[in-house]
Design a protein around this ligand. Structure first.
Ligand SMILES: [Zn+2]
Ligand SMILES: [Zn+2]
Length: 163
């Protein structure tokens, strides 16, 4: 998997230093609006594995599909959204827009979420889990991703206690 990407004008560049925990296709109204498209493909990955190699994204805070806030990070020049941080997710996770990778051809969603607002003409594959809203991580994620996520949440909790 090619793990480098950036914004449309090239001011922002990044590299992912690990594979994603899981790949979401989100069909919620907020993702449709932000992308101007039918759904977004997000790579859910720990923030420590997203390395900015050029430029610093700006951010703003929006309401997410769950009703909780998320911070959206984008290029101040061209406006391309690179990733989000959801306040409701414990630990330090980012949701990187798969379309901003230099080569997203190998990216396939592991799970489709918020399909209650999926566009009617779009048929989802039968062999990929899909949910009307969100889902329980333990029912979908591989054991390795669950373990990585557990470690990230524990580390983040220790840091916020000053430990
Ligand atoms: Zn840009
Ligand atoms: Zn969404």
């Amino acid at each position: 998997m090619n793990r480098e990407g950036g914004c449309s004008c090239g001011a922002l560049r990044y590299r992912l230093t690990a594979p994603p925990l899981i790949v979401h296709a989100c069909h919620c109204r907020d993702c449709q609006r932000i992308t101007g498209s039918a759904f977004v493909i997000n790579l859910w990955i720990e923030g420590e594995f997203v390395e900015s190699t050029s430029g610093a994204p700006r951010s703003c805070t929006l309401k997410g599909g769950s009703g909780k806030d998320h911070d959206v990070f984008f290029c101040a020049t061209c406006g391309t959204y690179l990733w989000s941080r959801y306040h409701g997710v414990p630990g330090d996770s980012l949701f990187v827009r798969a379309g901003t990778l230099d080569d997203a051809s190998e990216i396939e969603p592991d799970v489709h979420i918020y399909t209650r607002t999926k566009l009617a003409w779009l048929t989802l594959p039968n062999d990929v889990p899909s949910f009307e809203a969100f889902y329980e991580l333990s029912k979908v994620w591989p054991a390795e991703s669950l373990e990585r996520f557990r470690r990230n949440v524990a580390k983040h909790a220790a840091q916020s206690r000053g430990g």
